[in-house]
Design a protein around this ligand. Structure first.
Ligand SMILES: N[C@@H](CCC[C@H](N)C(=O)O)C(=O)O
Length: 281
């Protein structure tokens, strides 16, 4: 029997499955079935909680992080990092007594992330590392017009496009069109960003492997650093990133390190019935 917990960070939602024995390796179809909002639990992604020492290729990180966030997108694809997911993951570890509140490391495919979980259950801060600015330029089709995008790598790839109003992105029921496609051989998350005022930006996102989500933590960091460069902001300036599902506070320090603070909430626990996923009703 498989037990799960459901949680979200700014309404970017996840099914969490603890796998202390590292005995469970779901394939893409299984993950997609769990994340299906009609035939499954429903989520933007899955977080498998597994000891870092048991994850092939990441064993060395066990010295800095007891637990590894094995993140999967809703379509079953694997991504390097998930900023909202890592806060929800940290909340889970503390609520389950697997970590004490305070500062600790979480293993991810984007490297170990240091998280700070306050005792009082308040917002969680994550050291997201530095942004990388890949070579090459691209354009995104927005409301019939090709607009330049800024490429930012936060462990996973992002294309940030500035618009005057995030409504310009339209219904976002389909992946936005990008050119040239070769710039993103592994796909990309696309952020639509509009200035709201000094150090305040609005953002919508179309996530690789998911679709439009209510928030994206790595995307919010990419949007923040792109906006800060555009604004000529001095290092250490905090930005408020407003998303459909909530608000994230993000700061880029002098050394380039980015810190993100935001909510992480666990909402339900349950178990999948024997035989899930059923192929017929
Ligand atoms: N929602 C996440 C990002 C999840 C991964 C992304 N869809 C990708 O494929 O890179 C976040 O909060 O950062």
């Amino acid at each position: 029997m498989i037990r799960y917990t459901k949680g979200h960070g700014a309404e970017n939602d996840f099914v969490i499955i603890e796998d202390a024995d590292a005995a469970f390796d779901p394939d893409a179809a299984w993950v997609a079935a769990v994340c299906d909002r009609r035939a499954g639990i429903g989520a933007d992604g899955l977080l498998r909680v597994v000891p870092t020492k048991a994850v092939p290729g990441w064993e060395a990180d066990a010295a800095r992080a007891d637990w590894f966030m094995d993140y999967r997108n809703a379509d079953g694809s694997i991504a390097q990092m998930c900023g909202n997911g890592v806060r929800v993951f940290a909340r889970y570890l503390v609520e389950q007594g697997l970590q004490k509140p305070g500062r600790f490391g979480v293993g991810t495919r984007g490297g170990v992330k240091s998280v700070l979980v306050p005792e009082d259950g308040g917002d969680i801060t994550v050291d997201m590392g530095r942004a990388v600015w890949p070579e090459g330029s691209a354009e995104v089709l927005v409301d019939g017009e090709w607009l330049p995008s800024v490429n930012v790598d936060m462990g996973n790839p992002h294309a940030v496009v500035f618009v005057s109003d995030v409504a310009q992105a339209g219904p976002l029921t389909q992946r936005p069109e990008l050119r040239p496609a070769e710039v993103y051989p592994e796909g990309v998350n696309v952020e639509f960003v509009a200035a709201l005022g000094p150090q305040r930006i609005d953002m919508r996102v179309f996530e690789r492997g998911v679709g439009e989500t209510r928030a994206c933590g790595t995307g919010a960091c990419a949007a923040m650093v792109a906006a800060a460069r555009r604004d000529g902001a001095v290092p250490g300036t905090a930005y408020e990133v407003r998303l459909p599902g909530g608000v994230l506070s993000i700061v880029e320090h002098e050394d380039g390190g980015i810190e993100m603070t935001g909510p992480a909430v666990l909402v339900a626990r349950g178990e999948l019935l024997e035989g899930f996923p059923a192929t017929r009703g």
